[in-house]
Design a protein around this ligand. Structure first.
Ligand SMILES: Nc1ncnc2c1ncn2[C@@H]1O[C@H](COP(=O)(O)OP(=O)(O)O)[C@@H](O)[C@H]1O
Ligand SMILES: [Mg+2]
Length: 250
């Protein structure tokens, strides 16, 4: 579903600030894989997501999405196939618009390729159904401006928006890190449910080793612009959080 071939990203090449954020990185992620990603600050995790999403160009190498070479495809075109969540729940949602208008924006784009916040009766019923399944009472707050919701509620809607049109790849960049422990747990549970139900291919960056071990079927550890460990589901089950520290290079 996703393939990176010999991808390098160098920032400020040829200057004193030169930084190789990704170094000759090659990896294949299969359909339905749910990969958790650990690594120290600066290891290149967000850069990896930026390259997959087309936010920053590669210096070398290629990116393939479902077999198609998207290396030079623009970010907004790629966004049709890639869902992305960030640490800050306000990213990717419009705070003045209501829950249903935000959902309508995501839905209209996926269905008709245009942004429209008008909500039809049929859309509203669909959204209410999906929100109900989250069991957060959001189906009763569809007319509430999303900026008035808690971080957890907002992240739940952002997640729903990201998968309304099932993306080829879902990128989760520490999407529970800014939430209180209960909300984080709830969002992680919803994340797992949605990924499993729709067989979504997903990558999740986290700093929480327990979360990295307990979720997904594969675990990458990144160091210095490279994936230095790629643990399978079986290997992951045999690992403990304390074991993981030795894989962090300092
Ligand atoms: N736009 C940029 N310009 C210059 N350097 C960058 C830029 N983005 C990231 N970097 C550098 O690249 C390295 C990897 O960053 P990043 O991918 O954000 O790491 P992580 O998400 O693993 O913490 C870091 O040294 C960071 O300072
Ligand atoms: Mg980062």
């Amino acid at each position: 579903m996703l393939q990176l071939k010999n991808v390098s990203v160098t920032f400020n090449a040829g200057t004193q600030l030169e930084k190789k954020a990704l170094q000759d990185l090659s990896v294949t992620v299969n359909k339905g894989d749910f990969v958790t990603i650990l690594g120290s600050n600066g290891a290149g995790k967000s850069t990896l997501f930026n390259v997959i999403g087309g936010k920053i160009p590669v210096s070398q190498g290629s990116v393939f999405l479902a077999g198609e070479d998207v290396t030079h495809q623009k970010e907004h075109v790629r966004a049709r196939n890639i869902g992305r969540l960030f640490q800050d729940p306000s990213m990717g949602t419009a705070s003045q618009l209501s829950v249903e208008e935000n959902l309508a924006l995501a839905y209209s784009r996926s269905q008709r390729g245009v942004f429209a916040k008008a909500v039809t009766k049929k859309d509203r019923e669909l959204f209410a159904d999906k929100l109900k399944a989250l069991q957060m009472g959001l189906e009763d707050r569809m007319k509430t401006p999303i900026g008035l919701l808690s971080g957890g509620q907002r992240q739940a809607v952002a997640l729903m928006m990201a998968v309304l049109n099932p993306p080829k790849v879902l990128l989760l960049d520490e999407h529970t890190a800014a939430l209180d422990p209960n909300s984080a747990k709830k969002i992680l549970q919803i994340t797992n449910d949605l990924i499993a139900k729709q067989n979504i291919t997903a990558l999740m960056i986290t700093h929480n080793m327990k979360d990295a071990l307990e979720n997904g079927n594969r675990l990458f550890i990144m160091n210095d612009g490279r994936i230095t460990q790629d643990f399978s589901s079986e290997e992951k089950k045999a690992l403990r959080a304390a074991d993981l520290l030795e894989y962090y290079e300092v």
